[in-house]
Design a protein around this ligand. Structure first.
Ligand SMILES: *Cc1c(COP(=O)(O)O)cnc(C)c1O
Length: 380
């Protein structure tokens, strides 16, 4: 294996944001104003996202976790309700549910794409289920069309955790977020497809839902920050917290949005490069993201054997592998909601996320795959 000094770019990081060189100037433009809460830059970011996805309303908030939590609250999810979601997701998806007082109900996944399917969702439903939260693993859309009417008849709504899926399309060509029957939540944390530093976006289904979410994200106050400044009072109409997106974050997002088509193309190209380089490798199978429609968030393989040894070997050789994610139903914090999920447990013990971010080159991918082949041999 090559020495560290000849290592190609980016292999030591599992994920990283790609800066386009315009972010610092965008920050410098809003910084002197001293108004760093929700403001015109946030409105501009919301409009840019709405434009890209082709929707009328978008609601920017301070994280993807907040987006999920507020989406649940906005449709009245709380104590006594069950929300179905995969166990194989970032713990934030689960915490957004438990923080609302509702109960997570863990569902199995299809081991080929690491996401729930209509069948695994149906299997997990309970009499108390009021929402289903598919996680768009790796950025790939989850199609629940076959059970949509059934869910609607039972009063069950769909809230998508699309934290990985900014910019992705469904197989029918429509953008993730543009489906009028689904509440979609994106994350803009540093490693997601579109970053604002920290932040999230909710795509509401209606004007009323947008108003509710805007009220929930900023103290339940009806008036905008600007309108408030010109008045001697303001009106509090209901519950709310400070969950707004700062203009500092939004400015980074606006700068990143201008270059999003490049970022998206780069991520797709990188994933395809991995696909080609991994084709001849024994002992590892690539998790398919449907790259034609998806802006890939990560590149994950399922190993036949010895995942932990392969992981350690690669870390020791400076390759930024990571596991997305340890399953949630076996976390102590979520033990009250444990169920037997044999498929999830089996696949969760075998997944390995390879370094994946837009600063990587073809050489970075070749180097990583060669190191993976070495690690698989060494572990055998
Ligand atoms: C990143 C992520 C979140 C949370 O988003 P933040 O912006 O980090 O709060 C939720 N779900 C999944 C699947 C994620 O990857």
């Amino acid at each position: 294996m090559a020495s560290t000094t000849t290592r190609p770019p980016g292999v030591e990081r599992n994920a990283a944001p790609l800066l386009h060189g315009t972010e610092a100037a965008a920050l410098a433009a809003v910084l002197p104003g001293g108004q760093w809460g929700h403001g015109p830059a946030t409105d501009q970011f919301e409009a840019g996202v709405a434009d890209l996805i082709g929707v009328t309303h978008t609601v920017a908030v301070n994280s993807g976790t907040t987006a999920l939590h507020l989406a649940l609250r906005s449709i009245g999810i709380g104590p006594g309700d069950d929300v179905v979601l995969p166990s194989l997701t970032f713990c934030a998806s689960v915490q957004a549910i438990t923080w609302s007082g509702a109960a997570p109900r863990f569902a199995e996944i299809d081991p080929r794409m690491l996401a729930v399917t209509p069948d695994t969702v149906l299997e997990a439903l309970t009499p108390n289920t009021r929402a289903v939260m598919p996680v768009l693993y790796g950025g790939r859309a989850v199609d629940l069309t076959p059970i949509r009417d059934h869910l609607a008849d039972r009063g069950i709504q769909i809230i998508e955790d699309a934290a990985h899926a900014f910019g992705s399309r469904r197989p029918d060509g429509t953008m993730v977020g543009a489906d009028p029957a689904v509440l979609t939540c994106f994350s803009h944390d540093p490693i997601k497809n579109l970053t604002t530093g920290q932040g999230g976006t909710i795509i509401p289904r209606t004007r009323e839902e947008a108003d509710t979410l805007r009220s929930l994200r900023l103290f339940g106050i009806v008036q905008s920050n600007d309108a408030r400044a010109a008045m001697t009072s303001y009106e509090v109409q209901g519950p709310g917290m400070r969950f707004d997106m700062s203009q500092l974050n939004a400015a980074i997002g606006v700068a990143q949005l201008k270059h999003f088509p490049q970022t998206a193309a780069h991520r797709q190209h990188l994933w395809r490069t991995y696909q080609a380089e991994l084709a001849g490798l024994d002992g590892a199978r690539l998790v398919d993201v449907d790259v034609v429609n998806t802006v890939p968030f990560n590149c994950v393989v399922v190993l036949d054997h010895h995942r932990d040894e392969v992981f350690r070997h690669l870390r020791e050789h400076g390759i930024g592998v990571a596991v997305h994610y340890p399953p949630n139903h076996t976390q102590a914090a979520f033990s009250a909601w444990h169920r037997d999920l044999p498929v999830t447990e089996q696949v969760a013990g075998r997944i390995l996320g390879l370094p994946f971010h837009p600063a990587m080159t073809h050489d970075s991918v070749r180097y990583t795959v060669a190191a993976l082949a070495d690690a698989i041999k060494a572990a055998a």
